[in-house]
Design a protein around this ligand. Structure first.
Ligand SMILES: [Zn+2]
Length: 289
């Protein structure tokens, strides 16, 4: 996990399958994820080491649905339907021993965002799945039956969003926009954000790259503050009163001269470009402001 932290710039960059092959343990090659299967159980260990959720392009269903459930936690499906399958036993063993696991989320073909440590906190055999807790929530009961249940659920959901969905969303958006601001093409990853078009709190919305835009810090803040709007035809608009203002180069080049221009960076794949209906709604909010 320490190696992953260094290799991914503390989670800022997704890792490719090739990157992951570089890992060595005691000088020997040691695979962190299984290339063919979702669950990796090295022969040297008694329990599973990592889980993988494969990337599916927009519109395609994931084979293993990992949406946040009503208790705020994520689920991970068994391998197949046999509870005694070796991989399911390896997961159960990880749960029994409370071993930290690595969860590789596909964010593009052959690219993964690693989330760790995660813990399996319960099993739901009737639904053929395990309950996954992200860092810090494994001590919270699965189905708290107290008056604090709603508060707990919200807490766990917030933690899950922050630990799992936000980094996965960011990685998907950065890959799709090739780490460029959609408005000004700034290419410095540390100055870029994955902005939401619809500020969705729902897991599905958050995971959709079509609800995202790669924006530099200034353009992200301007977009959220409705100083900058993007219409459904991908044209940039600046709030009228700012167009007449006189200020320094950031206002002039960064904002005023963007007015009326097309977005400079868009995903190559049409299916990953910003959803026009979402933009229409967001543009209405911009105009109302
Ligand atoms: Zn920008």
């Amino acid at each position: 996990m320490a190696w992953l932290t260094v290799r991914s710039n503390d989670g800022a960059d997704p890792l490719s399958s090739e990157d992951l092959l570089d890992f060595r343990f005691n000088g020997e090659e040691f695979r962190l994820r299984d290339r063919q299967r979702g669950i990796r159980k090295p022969r040297q260990l008694r329990s599973a080491l990592s889980l993988t959720t494969v990337y599916r392009p927009e519109g395609a269903n994931r084979p293993y649905e990992d949406a946040i459930h009503s208790d705020g936690r994520v689920r991970y499906k068994w391998r197949g339907t046999n509870p005694l399958h070796a991989e399911n036993r390896a997961l159960r063993e990880a749960m029994r021993q409370q071993k930290p696991l690595i969860w590789f989320h596909g964010v593009g073909d052959g690219y993964y965002q690693a989330i760790y440590p995660v813990f399996l906190v319960a099993e739901e055999p009737e639904l053929q799945q395990f309950v996954v807790a992200t860092d810090g929530t494994q001590d919270i009961p699965v189905a708290p039956a107290s008056v604090a249940e709603e508060a707990l659920r919200r807490y766990v959901e917030r933690t899950t969003l922050a630990r799992v969905h936000q980094p996965v969303f960011r990685s998907m958006v950065m890959r799709a926009y090739e780490t460029r601001c959609a408005v000004c093409e700034l290419k410095h990853g540390q100055l870029l954000d994955a902005a939401h078009i619809t500020p969705d709190s729902h897991a599905e919305g958050i995971a959709a790259v079509t609800n995202g835009l790669a924006l530099c810090k200034i353009h992200h803040s301007a977009f959220d503050a409705r100083i900058l709007g993007i219409d459904p035809n991908y044209t940039v608009h600046i709030r009228p009163d700012l167009l007449d203002e006189i200020d320094g180069p950031m206002l002039r080049y960064g904002l005023q001269e963007r007015h009326g221009q097309q977005l400079m960076a868009l995903p190559k794949l049409r299916s990953e470009r910003p959803d026009r209906q979402r933009l229409e709604h967001s543009f209405e909010r911009f105009r109302a402001g």
